[in-house]
Design a protein around this ligand. Structure first.
Ligand code: AP5
Ligand code: MG
Ligand code: ZN
Length: 221
């Protein structure tokens, strides 16, 4: 574990790589919050806030929400008391500009990133994962109809909430999101490798195996 009290981890990976699945478990195992920009946008959308309505058009088409908006939202999220011990960042940063902004944000807090696990998954696997994904409307828990099905179809094991398929998980938008990832987010792999923070993780094995590897990587920090 890091010598400072706070732990900041960025999970890097393409849409469907398992960032959310792993972040949720890391959050439970480490006792620090999962900060998912995708989830934050979806919450805002549900509450029909100004931010949610702004993000809607971008999310529906699979484009990125503008950096200033996203960075402002993360800044606010990290200032909340539950992030006092750090956070597992999932889906942020997604551009070099966001990565620079995160560096400055942590610097202002007198802190820095501890490690950036990069969950690496081949493209055909990404698509099959996204196609079978079901999410809990109430608590956000994630399932896959083949790889990690709920005990009862359509019902969340954790909270009994209703499971739904994300509107941006149509085949067309999935492909577009993966394209946007290769264009705008993949450059972060080199960016964090140059900073000595990147650790590659094979994202093909089962969920629990990957979780164990991530915990090892984080505990080595
Ligand atoms: P976001 O919600 O972040 O979507 P994404 O990046 O497309 O990633 P996903 O959530 O689709 O994939 P994941 O890696 O979390 O995989 P998961 O764990 O679900 O972003 C949505 C939109 O919001 C963006 O398009 C953009 O518009 C906007 N946005 C968000 N952040 C932004 C930012 N920083 N800047 C600008 N715009 C932003 O797993 C997928 C499935 O696979 C699940 O069903 C799961 O059960 C299954 N699975 C997971 N791991 C395994 C495994 N090891 N084996 C078998 N199955 C597995
Ligand atoms: Mg996700
Ligand atoms: Zn639930």
């Amino acid at each position: 574990m890091a010598t400072d009290e706070r732990l900041f981890v960025v999970l890097l990976g393409a849409p469907g790589a398992g960032k959310g699945t792993q972040a949720e478990r890391l959050s439970d195992n480490l006792g620090i919050p999962q900060v998912s920009t995708g989830d934050l946008f979806r919450e805002n959308l549900k509450r029909e806030t100004e931010l949610g309505l702004l993000a809607k058009q971008y999310m529906e088409s699979g484009e990125l929400v503008p950096d200033e908006v996203t960075v402002g939202m993360v800044r606010e999220r990290l200032s909340r008391p539950d992030a006092a011990k750090g956070a597992i960042l999932d889906g942020f940063p997604r551009t070099i500009a966001q990565a620079e902004a995160l560096g400055e944000l942590l610097d202002d807090m007198g802190d820095e990133l501890d490690v950036v696990p990069y969950i690496k998954v081949p493209e055909d696997v990404l698509l099959s994962r996204l196609a079978g994904r079901w999410t809990c409307r109430k608590c956000g828990a994630m399932y896959h109809e083949l790889y990690s099905p709920p005990q009862e179809p359509g019902v969340c094991d954790k909270c009994g909430g209703e499971l739904y398929q994300r509107p941006d998980d149509t085949p067309e938008t999935q492909k577009h999101r993966i394209g946007v990832y290769f264009e705008q987010t993949a450059p972060l792999i080199g960016y964090y490798r140059d900073k000595g923070l990147l650790v590659e993780v094979d994202g093909r094995p089962g969920i629990e195996e990957i979780q164990a590897e991530l915990l090892d990587i984080i505990n080595e920090q």
